[in-house]
Write a protein of this length. Structure first.
Length: 648
């Protein structure tokens, strides 16, 4: 699947040519590339000539070699340095969408170089109609599903669990993220240092990425090193996703247990790996209308990031300032339960997935729950009040990474007194400590434990505490089954009631069937004050079954009939909520999706409840709803989501 010496069409990418030379080059290109015509719909192929197809689940994982370079690589989007010509090539890509296992209709060539400080990824995406490339946004962390793009996922420890993910669109916009537990948890807010340029050419588009070794975490003592790697090419107008290491349609590029291998990495060193970010801010106020605010203020602080070892990162902060953090995305709450807002502060983001213990959502599985329902530790509870007002942080430290095959997360943070007793918004100082350990077992599974302590350190909170303990396991059974479970307990003064929470989920997903279910218990006194719990004092059960056949009917890509059942009772097993739903989704080759769903619901309110600013009387409410949704493909010039519903 790889070639060390490429043909003429894979050589140095250069700026657009003109006139006859351009025509000659394109003729050579299509004479030498033995692929289906780009843009040709699969259903338009001669029915008497079967489409060559592989089984992505059974196909061997490909291997390519990274080549050390001593030449300077200029990151300009043009792969014209001779080092690119001498590099190994990843060329054979296979579709995941719309027809998994079929060779991609678009030719892609990817290469990897490295030197003492940087890993370089270069790729050429051939396209005879570059004017039709889809580029909906130029912002960082753009919506990848609506854009043409090239992506790479790198598993530097080759543990088939975790990955650094980078994706680039033809305009050079970058999306970066960290992924944990083999595609179970993606931290989209993570931002790594990476230099990228892309160029649109007459025969497609090209991209160069320069990833400093200090951005990645790896073990330099391994010689030579082998990393996991996979490449993604998306042609948005065709609704086509293709991968170098073949993947079934339910998986994504960060499914590292199915990634290929990158070999030949030798002599890598992480260097000092020290980043220091000081800040100073000042203000002055004058005028009688300013009242007590008249005067001057001067504040300063510092953030420090240090690679203690190649596998352990220390973050230290003093008098922290989070003024540069993006605002939360607005949410409208139409339920009687709290909303979950994700962490966006940079200090808490790197290796954030290590601290995850709670309900699990995994791409491709209809799990019925997610970490937005329960997390034993949620870092937003540090330095932010319940109504999302900032609480000043005096300082803290955070150590994350690996020791051997053990994932480690340690955190200690101290907040300062804020507000005033006079104005009634006094918030005493608190200390937060977290210990998280997780160990890989049986190859692609893990078990772990966590301890959390919130301790009051000033005012009326001195001596007050809240502690949480938890153990969890995430097991991959066979190839298509996952089992997730946890048991957690909290402790605080004068606690009365059940202080335990437990969860067991079993899910199966293959190329056709999607079946899962869970049982969950949350006690009425279970209260992790440094975590997030959406609903307490309940028993809950969920079950779903669905299918994803891919019939060769017209322009249909997939149909998805499904049934969902959810029951929630109080601790005395009295029904509080019920949802029965059945639906049918149809996905078309162009990427459009139509879903029709019928649901039967029941809600019991024990007391009058305020929902979205309206007081709803206590009582039993039973209602039905039919809903039709049309999701227009991002391959269209105008796309969106349209929904019509009718019910009680």
């Amino acid at each position: 699947m790889n070639r060390a010496n490429a043909d003429v069409t894979d050589l140095v990418t250069s700026p657009p040519t003109s006139g006859r030379s351009r025509v000659t080059f394109l003729c050579l290109l299509f004479m030498t590339v033995s692929r289906p015509a780009f843009g040709q719909q699969i259903d338009g192929v001669n029915p008497f000539e079967p489409i060559p197809r592989i089984d992505p689940e059974e196909a061997p994982r490909p291997t390519m070699r990274a080549v050390r370079t001593h030449a300077k690589i200029e990151i300009d989007g043009f792969l014209r340095e001779r080092a690119w010509l001498e590099a190994d090539s990843a060329t054979d890509f296979f579709q995941s969408l719309p027809r998994d296992g079929v060779p991609s209709t678009a030719r892609t060539v990817a290469r990897v170089l490295y030197d003492d400080r940087t890993v370089y990824v270069g790729a050429m995406m051939y396209d005879p109609e570059p004017e039709r490339l889809m580029i909906p946004g130029l912002e960082q962390d753009f919506r990848t599903e609506n854009s043409d793009l090239f992506g790479v996922a790198i598993d530097t420890y080759h543990d088939r669990q975790n990955a650094f993910l980078f994706a680039v669109n033809p305009a050079g916009a970058i999306f970066d993220a960290q992924n944990f537990n083999d595609s179970r948890y993606t931290n989209r807010a993570w931002e790594g240092v990476v230099h990228v340029r892309a160029e649109v050419l007459d025969n497609g588009w090209s991209v160069e990425l320069a990833i400093p070794l200090t951005t990645l975490r790896f073990h330099p003592s391994d010689e030579p090193q082998t990393w996991g790697i996979n490449f993604l090419r998306r042609v948005r107008r065709l609704g086509e996703d293709s991968y170098w290491a073949p993947l079934s349609r339910q998986h994504r590029v960060h499914k590292m247990s199915r990634a290929g291998r990158l070999t030949g990495l030798e002599g890598l060193q992480t260097g000092t790996n020290l980043t220091v970010k000081p800040y100073v801010s000042g203000a002055t106020s004058r005028g009688t209308a300013r009242g007590e605010e008249v005067g001057e203020t001067l504040e300063g602080g510092i953030d420090l990031k240090y690679g203690v070892t190649p596998r352990l990162t220390l973050d230290v902060t003093a008098f922290t300032d989070f003024s540069q953090v993006e605002v939360d995305q607005e949410q409208v709450n139409l339920t009687r339960f709290s909303l979950f807002f994700p962490e966006q502060r940079d200090f808490f983001l790197e290796n954030d997935g290590i601290f995850s213990l709670g309900d699990v959502s995994m791409r491709n599985y209809r799990t019925g729950s997610s970490s937005r329902e329960f997390r034993l530790f949620h870092s937003r509870r540090i330095g932010l009040s319940d109504d999302r007002r900032p609480i000043p942080i005096g300082g803290g430290a955070r150590l994350t990474g690996r020791v051997g095959d053990l994932e480690l997360g340690l955190l200690n943070m101290q907040t300062r007194v804020s507000g005033s007793a006079v104005t009634g918004d006094l918030v005493p100082a608190e200390n937060f400590s977290v210990v998280r350990l997780r160990k890989a077992v049986f190859g692609n599974s893990d078990v772990g434990a966590m301890f959390i302590n919130r301790q009051g350190t000033s005012g009326d909170l001195v001596g007050d505490y809240n502690r949480a303990f938890g153990v969890d396991a995430n097991l991959s059974v066979l190839r298509n089954m996952i089992v997730n479970t946890y048991l957690a307990k909290t402790s605080e003064p004068d606690q009365d009631g059940s202080d335990v929470a437990g969860y067991l989920q079993v899910a199966w997903r293959d190329r056709v069937w999607d079946v899962s279910g869970f049982v969950k218990y949350v006690g009425d006194a279970f209260s992790p004050e440094a975590g997030f719990v959406r609903r307490r004092a309940m028993h809950q059960g969920f079950f779903t079954v669905g299918a994803h056949p891919q019939p060769r009917i017209g322009k249909i890509q997939e149909i998805n009939p499904f049934i969902d059942v959810r029951y929630t009772t109080d601790l005395d097993w009295k029904l509080e909520s019920r949802e029965l739903a059945a639906g049918l989704g149809t996905t078309f080759l162009a990427g459009d999706r139509v879903t029709v769903e019928l649901s039967d619901n029941f809600e019991r309110l024990a007391v009058p409840t305020n929902i979205a600013g309206v007081s709803v009387a206590a009582g039993d409410y039973e209602f039905r709803e039919v809903r039709a949704t049309y999701m227009a493909s991002g391959a269209r010039g105008i796309s969106g989501r349209f929904q019509a519903s009718r019910g009680g």
